[in-house]
Write a protein that binds this ligand. Structure first.
Ligand code: NAD
Length: 269
């Protein structure tokens, strides 16, 4: 990845994860400026690895070639107002903020022509993320490539060609870690009712979930339905359990849940 002078506006959990990923892939710390309002310990940790943390947002944006907007969505308007009048002709803007459209970012930063919206998910915090990316066709392709390389520091990337699909990505990868957690929680609860300790129930459930996810990932040519069938003998225990899911129309429930997430994302834009 060709390094560029990067300014993180907001260095909370997400930005810190990206920075850690960048450093792991040998991105020079001297090319990174991290702005953060609170969290002294975070600033000290960044300084210890050679990242500049003593710039005001405006100064950082002035110095940077790429600006990563990583404050909470509700802070975005106030923060962007600090540097909206600067010349952005040679700068690229990458937002990781949930629910803020490119059109809205263009309103907040009217001088910025190259804006890329990204939608990472929580597993990004441990380098196992999946990030959806969107940019208008007019955005410089090198900027898009840079954004992809940046987000690859915390996992995998997936481009969407229209912005409404970012809301689909929210339902598929953004919110979905919670769907799996909910499922695992329910399984853990049942195991506890069977008499297992909370800790043992967790270990058993998380091992099964991780193993299943790894089986899917390590058999890319095998449909997930085949993997399911492979563990389902006719009339056996798994078949009996899956029958219950079918009776309760699990697929429809999941579909409804995902569309509820999409509709909420649309309302929030
Ligand atoms: P966070 O609260 O950990 O980080 C936000 C940081 O912004 C804080 O450290 C705060 O000190 C800093 N900040 C606040 N006001 C500031 C200002 N005026 N100038 C400079 N810094 C300021 O939040 P986070 O979880 O890292 O989320 C950051 C962005 O990433 C959000 O927009 C969120 O929607 C997006 N995001 C996060 C996740 C996730 O898993 N954490 C997933 C998807 C998207």
């Amino acid at each position: 990845m060709k390094s560029k002078k990067l300014a993180f506006i907001g260095t909370g959990n997400m930005a810190f994860a990206i920075i850690q990923g960048l450093l792991k892939s040998n991105y020079p710390a001297s090319q990174i400026i991290a702005c953060n309002k609170s969290n002294l310990a975070r600033r000290e940790a960044l300084q210890a690895v050679g990242i500049a943390t003593n710039f005001a947002n405006r100064e950082a944006v002035e110095q940077a070639e790429v600006i990563v907007l990583a404050v909470k969505p509700q802070m975005m308007a106030e923060v962007c107002a600090e540097f909206a009048d600067l010349d952005f002709s040679d700068k690229w803007v990458i937002s990781v903020a949930a629910g803020i459209s490119v059109t809205r970012l263009e309103t907040l930063l009217p001088n910025a022509k190259n804006i890329i919206r990204t939608m990472p998910n929580t597993p990004s915090l441990i380098g196992e993320g999946m990030t959806g990316l969107f940019a208008k066709k007019s955005v410089n392709s090198t900027a898009c490539q840079f954004a992809e390389e940046l987000m690859s520091a915390v996992g995998k990337c997936y481009w969407v060609d229209t912005e409404d699909k970012i809301n689909h990505i929210i339902a598929i990868t953004g919110s979905s870690p919670a769907y799996f957690f909910r499922f695992m929680e329910a399984m853990q609860q049942s195991a506890i009712q069977m008499g297992f300790s909370e800790q043992d129930a967790r270990l058993l459930v998380q091992s099964a979930a991780l193993g299943a996810a790894k089986l899917v990932a390590s058999n890319p040519a095998t449909p997930i339905s085949t993997l399911r069938e492979n563990v389902t003998s006719k009339g056996g225990t798994t078949a009996k359990a899956l029958d219950v899911f079918e009776q309760q129309n699990l697929a429809k429930t999941v579909e409804n849940a995902m569309w509820a997430a999409i509709h909420r994302a649309e309302e929030m834009e």
